[in-house]
Design a binder for this molecule. Sequence first.
Ligand code: ATP
Length: 358
Amino acid sequence: MTTTPTPPATTTGRSLAVELTDLTRVYGSVRALDGLTLHINPGEMVALLGPSGCGKTTALRILAGLDQPTAGTVSVGGKDLTRVPANKRDMGMVFQAYSLFPHMTVVDNVAFGLKLRGQDRAARMRVARDRLELVGLGEQADRYASQLSGGQQQRVALARALAIEPSVLLLDEPLSALDAKVRTQLRDEIRRVQLEVGTTTVFVTHDQEEALAIADRVGVMNKGRLEQLAPPAELYASPATRFVAEFVGLNNKVPAQVRDGRAEVLGSSVPLIAGSLDAGAGLAMVRPESVTLDARSSTPNATVESINFLGPVSRVYLDVDGIDTVMAAVPSPVAVKLAPGDRVAVGVDSTPLLVVAA
Ligand code: ATP
């Protein structure tokens, strides 16, 4: 039996490359962007991740045409858009706030952009209903926006952004007003829809888990520049700098000695990630899941401080002799056998580590 691949239910038919080149944005004495260069492949989703004030929103606003760079260029599909006004850029946006018209029906909200573009009612209703099906809200089309939950309203906002068949989809913290469970569901939903329509997408967030879960590549921003741009697994396995390592949750800093291309950490010899110190004393950035723990050792070097149960995995905080607290991510069946005050032997596994200057 032969199987025919199912074509996407909906496609915007456009997957364009986005190029931000050497963007600088100065506000008075603040350099919100300081030479940001970012090339995004057609159809790719890139998450811009970074702390408050690192320039994520400024980058997105400049891409949308809502703000002008002090220097640098924006191009989409090879066309220079730097001086093109926002309403001529064909970009779909979803913001943190739901920003729907509460007294309009859901389908009218989705069709609004098409109305502004002069499409006749029958055509725009057809597109709007199609986009609502895409985000799983076909049944809610005739309700008022104000009657929907926060998560549903953000789906409508996504359907509305996609209705105009945007050349690029821009998402600015679209999940941050939602509670944790809805946030995860909608995150996965956004990714499914984005893969289905194939629109090149930029997703701004300060939440590392969200960025790593959703994007093809994650750009970590610091002080208006890209610190590293890499697929999620690579970013996590090989953070290029201390800033990136800390931002993706490698929060344990353990004294280490570097010699002959390896690090001595808690009695183990571990390979180094590129960018580590060449030699001498430094701090190893250790993943919680790389911390090993032996409760039966005859040579313990740490005391259990506290244990946080998180479901399948627990966090165990350990006071390692002569070192600060170290946090281990431990399978819960192992963690339940521990109690505060227990003496244990703590080490690290052989996953390569970044070692930075102390
Ligand atoms: P957040 O996550 O808090 O939104 P962000 O990473 O998106 O932060 P931006 O909003 O891009 O950061 O701001 C970057 C820097 O530029 C900050 O120092 C901010 O105070 C400054 N800034 C942004 N917009 C303006 C403005 N219109 N006028 C003056 N300064 C601004």
